[in-house]
Design a binder for this molecule. Structure first.
Ligand SMILES: CC(=O)SCCNC(=O)CCNC(=O)[C@H](O)C(C)(C)COP(=O)(O)OP(=O)(O)OC[C@H]1O[C@@H](n2cnc3c(N)ncnc32)[C@H](O)[C@@H]1OP(=O)(O)O
Ligand SMILES: O=C([O-])CC(=O)C(=O)O
Length: 441
């Protein structure tokens, strides 16, 4: 057993004991009430999930095992000559709950490089789709085709003790993370670069090897990839992609099936697809105005028109956050350092000056501030990745780090199949009239 796996097992046994004690001594303690509005409106504010890897504060933003994004950028190991954290280090932190050493990160880089082989039938499955297929659909087909490699599914079919589920989930998760960049890069090169594929370079770290396979070998893009892969990885457990992965995994679906389910959620425009929508929205605004940099007045007019047309302003608002997303700020800082004169980036910053005021004035959105998706596309365009339909695939590769670390914990803690109670509107009406009672079961 690898030393990381062994260490995870020790930590998992410790936490399992603590959770058992918590359940035995405090299991019936109430942590919240549920209102009728919450049942109809996306369960906002209901605490009903346990996710170890990260925790969100509405005003401060995400913390990964207690570390904010600026703290991660200071404390996680970097590539030689690089300033951004290596995503391998974030995975280690999320899995283990402690910061990695340089050696831990190098170990993970080499383990993932070693496990990155993707069987040919996965590429064949992607090739069977029309070239016009959305990259997120290709991505999901690729992930599902990889499911033939699931060690958990094979072991379960042969019959394993439930105490060992975590071990197979760990192996599947490590293999899937190792393979995703190759699948994603294959999709990109197939769809946008005439199928001229680039072989992996096993000597590179995970993020720069991904950049290399995509066809972007300059150091600036590699740094961006490391930052991008780090900040998109996790956002506690209730967001659509993390919750879906956890939910499907709770039925003992394997890592491939669970992650694919999560990725179908990420592909929705109110979630991960918003990053492509931001660039599409800015380009459409520029086109309508005849190109060039718009004025703030023109941006404001376009925002009001978007809202009047019954559409959302992509990249703004959030289900939980109530301030500017620190992931937006991290990308803004990256841009100020590396590409302060970029025209599209400047437009993103002008939009940031305008949108919160308009959304606040209209008073409907609970959070008028930008989220992670408001900035990411402009950085990618700067380095030449203009194919915005691909952006959510990048998000998905990163999200694998968080949701798969969480799946390892789910199986290590032996979490139950998820099955909350639902009721009908007729039940709600009867409840209001006192004809039925809410049940604790
Ligand atoms: C990685 C991520 O997933 S980050 C989020 C990415 N998504 C986007 O950027 C899409 C644009 N934003 C939105 O649609 C929303 O803000 C969401 C989906 C992120 C959050 O949704 P909610 O929690 O329901 O937001 P909230 O409670 O503030 O919504 C209240 C009203 O304001 C509207 N609203 C919220 N944000 C926006 C926005 N950016 N533009 C226009 N209207 C908005 C909602 O559509 C809703 O309108 P309704 O009452 O007519 O249905
Ligand atoms: O937390 C959410 O609901 C959405 C989000 O920002 C993410 O998943 O990264």
């Amino acid at each position: 057993m690898s030393y990381i796996k062994e260490k995870f097992k020790v930590k998992a046994d410790e936490l399992s004991t603590e959770v058992k004690d918590l359940l035995k001594n405090h299991g019936s303690k109430v942590i919240g009430d549920v209102t009728i509005a919450q049942a109809y409106q996306g369960m906002r504010g209901i605490t009903g999930l346990v996710t170890e890897t990260s925790l969100l504060d509405a005003n401060e933003g995400i913390r990964f095992r207690g570390y904010s994004i600026p703290e991660l950028r200071d404390n996680l190991p970097k590539a030689v000559g690089g300033a951004e954290p290596l995503p391998e280090g974030l995975f280690y932190l999320m899995l283990m709950g402690e910061l990695p050493t340089e050696a831990d990160v190098q170990h993970l880089s080499s383990v993932w490089a070693r496990r990155s082989h993707v069987p040919n039938h996965v590429f064949d499955a992607i090739e069977a789709l029309p070239i016009t297929t959305h990259p997120m659909t290709m991505f999901n087909v690729g992930i599902m085709a990889l499911q033939t490699e699931s060690l958990f599914a094979k072991a379960y079919a042969e019959g394993i003790n439930k105490k060992d589920y975590w071990s197979y989930m760990y192996e599947d998760s490590m293999n899937l993370i190792a393979r995703l960049p190759r699948v994603a890069a294959y999709i990109y090169r197939r769809k946008y670069k005439n199928g001229q594929h680039i072989q992996p370079d096993g000597l590179l770290d995970w993020g720069s090897n991904f950049a290399h396979m995509l066809g972007y070998d300059d150091e600036g893009f590699k740094e961006l990839m490391r930052l991008y892969m780090t900040i998109h990885a996790d956002h506690e457990g209730g967001n659509v992609s993390a919750h879906t992965t956890h939910l499907v995994g709770s039925a003992l679906s394997d890592a491939y099936q669970s992650f694919a389910a999560g990725m179908n959620g990420l592909a929705g425009p109110l979630h991960g697809l918003a990053n492509q929508e931001v660039i599409r929205w800015i380009l459409a605004m520029q086109e309508e105005l005849g190109g060039g940099t718009p004025t703030k007045e023109q941006i404001e007019k376009y925002v009001r028109k978007t809202l009047a047309d019954g559409k959302v302003v992509p990249g703004y608002g959030h289900a939980v956050l109530r301030k500017t997303d620190p992931r937006f700020t991290a990308q803004m800082e990256f841009a100020k350092k590396h590409l302060p004169e970029d025209e599209l980036v400047k437009i993103v910053w002008m939009v940031y000056d305008v949108v919160p005021g308009v959304l606040t004035e209209l008073g409907k959105a609970k959070n008028p501030w930008p989220n992670v998706d408001a900035h990411s596309g402009a950085l990618l365009v700067h380095y030449g990745m203009v194919e915005y339909e691909f952006y959510t695939v990048l998000f998905g590769v990163s999200r694998a780090l968080g949701v798969l670390a969480s799946l390892c914990w789910d199986r290590a803690l032996g979490l139950s199949i998820e099955r909350p109670k639902s009721v009908t509107t007729e039940w709600m009406k009867n409840f209001v009239e006192g004809k039925v009672e809410a049940s604790a079961e």
